[in-house]
Design a protein. Sequence first.
Length: 332
Amino acid sequence: MKKLLASTVLAAGLYAGAGTAQAADCGSVSIAEMNWASAGVAAYVDKIILENGYGCTVTLVTGDTMPTFTSMNEKGEPDVAPEFWVNSVRTSLDAAIAEGRLIQAAPLLSEGGVEGWWIPKFLADAHPDIKSVQDALKHPELFPAPEDPSKAAVHNCPSGWNCQVSTANLYNALNAKDAGFDLVDTGSAAGLDGSIANAFEKKTGWLGYYWAPTAILGKYEMTKLSFGVEHDKKEWDACTAIPDCPSPKVNAYPVSDVYTVVTKAFADKAGVTMDYMKTRQWDNQTVGKVLAWMGDNQGTNEDAAKYFLETYPEMWTKWVSPEVAEKVKASL
């Protein structure tokens, strides 16, 4: 029994020593805090977990898609981009991975970034026959235009956004005007969000473009409609995404690949954290709920990260070892 006890104590000591060595190995880490909400929250989730669970010293640096990618690819910094929408740099990223400069870790958003045309869930539940955009266009009476309820409306993106172009082309491809629908310019991001909030307050129908994960879809339950076709990238690039395409066809929005990207140097120096980086992912609904909480409580990215860690332990504790999870919980 004494031998067994001594062996256990020795093993525990060795394990603790290994943990200390691993923490020391992590060192200083720089993480891109991208300038949109979900990515900013993800950066703070990583900061809290890496600092308190792995003993890293973490610095957050302001980021955006192209500048962050260029800096990581050419200078090897920052070390980590937690939420990287890779479609926009896919060719260059593939080259950087092949040449050993960058590593693509886990898909942060398990479903990817999602775009489409949506209706309120309460309307979808009340009208189970509406499964597709084409089905919705058969019911103009359910989707009153905000300025003239005698007409129906498809709500577009704000001016200057890429999605304004694709939505307008799809509106034309679907002959929505002939079906009695106006294409409504929402004016701004706040205007688009406000149109959804207003529809829920009045319990009226709403049809238009939106994307996930977002605070609005975390606060208001929406149902994404099918376009009845698969995404055709060739058609998308040649017409759907081109302003005033003369002969657009019905097309589906692409799903955006959203991954965590790290530098090879980071993987080499902080390898103890790579199991976490290769495991960590959350779903759009959870992200939406966290962002909705953030908006309702005027919280910061850090506030929202702590809210996530406190509210969803059943999710994030699966990303780390029990020992790391306990350290993180103790820090909250």
